[in-house]
Write a protein that binds this ligand. Structure first.
Ligand code: KG4
Ligand code: ZN
Length: 351
C-alpha cells in the first residue's frame, strides 16, 4: 500500500495539529497550527547574506536551509508547547520555488512524517499565501475575492470554496513584487526591493505622474509600462544632469503600483457580489497598499481580511493553514512527491 493510501480510512479530526514547513526561497520557516489557531511560527532568513549578492543565490539558499531546518522545526514544536507525537500531519511547500531549496524542506518533511507515521501534505506555495487569510480571521468562509500579490504572481481570484477557485485576472508580464524589485534596483536600493521602496517612499511625495496602469479586459494587469516609465524618468534626469528626488520616485511608483491592485480587487468583489476581500503575498505587507485596500473596501461596504505583515511574506504558518484545507478533504501526498519549480496559477491540487 502506498503511503497516502494508508491514511485513506483514518478518522480525521476537525482541528488537527499540523506542522508547516516552508523552504521555497530564502526563508527557512516552520509553524504549528491547531485548526485555524496559530500555535507557533519560526522564520529564519538568509536574506542578509543574499543581500550581498543583490538577490537570491540558489546554492546559498539551499545550504542555509540545510543549516537552519532542524532548528526551525524543533523551535516551532517547542514554542507550540507540544511534543512531536501530538502532530496529526506535516504540510510542506513542494513548489513553486528554487528546486534545491524546496528539496531541503520537502525531504525533511517526508522523513519527519514517515518517522511519526502521520500524513504528508504537499502544498502549493501560492495556495499557502491565499490560505494565510484563514489564520488572520478564523471565521473567514468562502466565497470571497482574493488579491494575490507576490514576487511571482499578481492575480485576482474568486475563491468559491476552500478548494475551488477561479482566476479572474492576472499579470500579463511582471508580477507586482517583481516590479517593486526592479524599481528598487533603478533607485539603487538593496535587495529586497519592496520594503526598501516603502521605506524611501515615506520620505517623499507621489508628485510624479507615471502613466496609468494598463487596464485590459477582465482583471488583468501589466506592470511593464510602469517599470519602463520609472527607468526612463531616472535615466533621462541623470543624462540631463538634472537633480531628482529618489524618494518622490519611490512614492509615485508605490502609488501607481498599489492603487490599481486595491481598485481592481474592490471592483471584482462588487461585480461578484462578494462582501469580503482577502489578500496574500509579499506585496500585501506594503503599508500604503494595506491602507488603500481598507479604505476602498470600507467605502464599498466590504470586509477586508489582511494577514499580519509577517504572514504576507514567506512563512510556514500559511503552509500549515493550507495543509489544514487539504487535510480536511483527505488530500494526502506520497513520499515520492517531488519539488516543482513552476506551478501554473489555478492548477487543481495534484500531489
Ligand atoms: O510572497 P513573497 O514573500 O515571495 C514570493 O512568493 O514571491 O513576495 C516577495 C515579494 C518581493 O518582490 C518583495 O519585494 C515584495 O514581495 N515585498 C514588498 C514588501 N515586502 C515584500 N513589496 C512592497 N512593499 C513591501 N513592504
Ligand atoms: Zn511567497
Amino acid at each position: 500500500m502506498r503511503y497516502a493510501e494508508s491514511f485513506a480510512n483514518m478518522p480525521r479530526k476537525k482541528n488537527p495539529v499540523i506542522l508547516g514547513i516552508e523552504s521555497s526561497c530564502d526563508e527557512t520557516a516552520a509553524a504549528v497550527v491547531r485548526g485555524r489557531e496559530l500555535c507557533s511560527s519560526i522564520i529564519l532568513s538568509s536574506a542578509a547574506e543574499q543581500a550581498k549578492y543583490g538577490g537570491v543565490v540558489p546554492e546559498i539558499a539551499s545550504r542555509a536551509h540545510t543549516d537552519a531546518i532542524d532548528e526551525a522545526v524543533c523551535e516551532a514544536i517547542a514554542q507550540a508547547g507540544i511534543g512531536a507525537g501530538e502532530l496529526d500531519a506535516v504540510a510542506v511547500t513542494y513548489g513553486a520555488g528554487l528546486a534545491g531549496a524546496l528539496l531541503v524542506g520537502l525531504s525533511f518533511a517526508k522523513s519527519f512524517a514517515y518517522s511519526l507515521g502521520i500524513p504528508l501534505i504537499a502544498v502549493d506555495h501560492i495556495r499557502g499565501h491565499m490560505a494565510a487569510a484563514y489564520l488572520a480571521d478564523p471565521s473567514l468562509e468562502p466565497p470571497f475575492i482574493t488579491l494575490l500579490a507576490s514576487g511571482g504572481h499578481t492575480a485576482i481570484i474568486h475563491t468559491q470554496t476552500e478548494t475551488t477557485f477561479s482566476v479572474l485576472g492576472s499579470t500579463r508580464d511582471d508580477a507586482a513584487g517583481e516590479a517593486f524589485d526592479k524599481a528598487a534596483r533603478v533607485l539603487g536600493l538593496p535587495y529586497p526591493g519592496g520594503p526598501n521602496i516603502e521605506k524611501l517612499a515615506k520620505q517623499g511625495a507621489p508628485t510624479i505622474r507615471f502613466p496609468q496602469m494598463f487596464r485590459g479586459n477582465g482583471y488583468d494587469f501589466s506592470y511593464s509600462g510602469l517599470k519602463t516609465a520609472v527607468i526612463n524618468y531616472c535615466h533621462n534626469a541623470e543624462q540631463r544632469g538634472e537633480p531628482y528626488s529618489r524618494a518622490d520616485v519611490a512614492a509615485s511608483f508605490q502609488c501607481a503600483a498599489c492603487d490599481v491592485l486595491a481598485e481592481r480587487a474592490v471592483e471584482a468583489a462588487c461585480a461578484a457580489g462578494c462582501r469580503t476581500i482577502a489578500a496574500g503575498g509579499g506585496v500585501i505587507a506594503n503599508g500604503y497598499l494595506r491602507e488603500r485596500l481598507q479604505t476602498l473596501g470600507a467605502a464599498a461596504g466590504c470586509k477586508v481580511v489582511l494577514p499580519e505583515r509577517k504572514f504576507c511574506t514567506d512563512n510556514a504558518a500559511m503552509i500549515a493553514a493550507e495543509g489544514l484545507v487539504q487535510y480536511r478533504v483527505g488530500n494526502f501526498s506520497e513520499l515520492s512527491v517531488n519539488a516543482c519549480a513552476h506551478i501554473p496559477l489555478g492548477r487543481k491540487g495534484k500531489q
